[in-house]
Ligand binder design. Structure first.
Ligand SMILES: Cc1cc2nc3c(=O)[nH]c(=O)nc-3n(C[C@H](O)[C@H](O)[C@H](O)COP(=O)(O)O)c2cc1C
Length: 177
């Protein structure tokens, strides 16, 4: 059986780059399931990820394919959870343990490693509230890749750009051996 990984996509512009990330993971022979938050679906379409993974993405905490709940079934024997992009909101939800959407609920139920690839504007990334949430998640055992500095969709240059898919894969390598 192929190793199972979950890619959680929250609602930022960088979600378009997550299609390349998911494609690369699938090409490695990994069994990839995508979870899209409600906001993420404003940026990317489920059909893209259904084709890339050969499985429709999970978009709700209630999904008839998973009678025990996707937050339970997707966590079972999962090797790695990658949250890319991780919005400021998703970092806060996971840091606080709100379990108020499928992705933050799945995060709470995961006992495998979790990697966040944050993406947001520079003022958001530098805000004390976001820094506190990142520090909390790190001390809870989560891993981070990026963000990089560079061109941001708000038409400014600075910190907050989501790491490139290849760099996210490199950060995942230790957990995919
Ligand atoms: C055009 C647009 C772009 C956005 N980009 C980002 C982003 O890059 N990072 C971020 O943290 N929030 C961004 N947001 C705000 C999030 O979509 C919003 O906080 C949302 O509630 C996140 O929900 P989620 O974390 O459940 O996906 C953006 C909103 C809009 C309208």
């Amino acid at each position: 059986m192929n190793d199972r990984v979950v890619v959680g996509i929250s609602g930022g512009i960088a979600a378009f780059k997550s299609a390349a990330l998911v494609s690369r993971l699938a090409q490695r022979g990994l069994d990839v399931t995508v979870v899209l938050t409600e906001a993420a679906q404003q940026f990317v379409g489920g059909a893209t990820f259904a084709a890339l993974c050969n499985r429709a993405p999970v978009t709700s905490a209630f999904d008839s394919r998973y009678p025990l709940g996707p937050h339970i079934e997707l966590a079972t024997d999962c090797k790695l959870l990658i949250i890319a992009p991780a919005t400021a909101h998703m970092l806060a939800s996971c840091a606080l343990g709100t379990a108020d959407c499928i992705l933050s609920t799945l995060y709470l139920n995961m006992d495998c490693p979790v990697i966040f690839a944050p993406a947001m504007s520079t003022p958001m990334w530098e805000k004390p509230a976001v820094i506190r949430n990142v520090d909390q998640l790190k001390s809870d055992g989560a891993h981070f890749v990026g963000p990089d500095s560079g061109w941001l969709s708000c038409r400014r240059t600075g910190a907050g750009r989501m790491s490139e898919p290849d760099d996210i894969i490199t950060a995942c390598e230790p957990f995919l051996q």
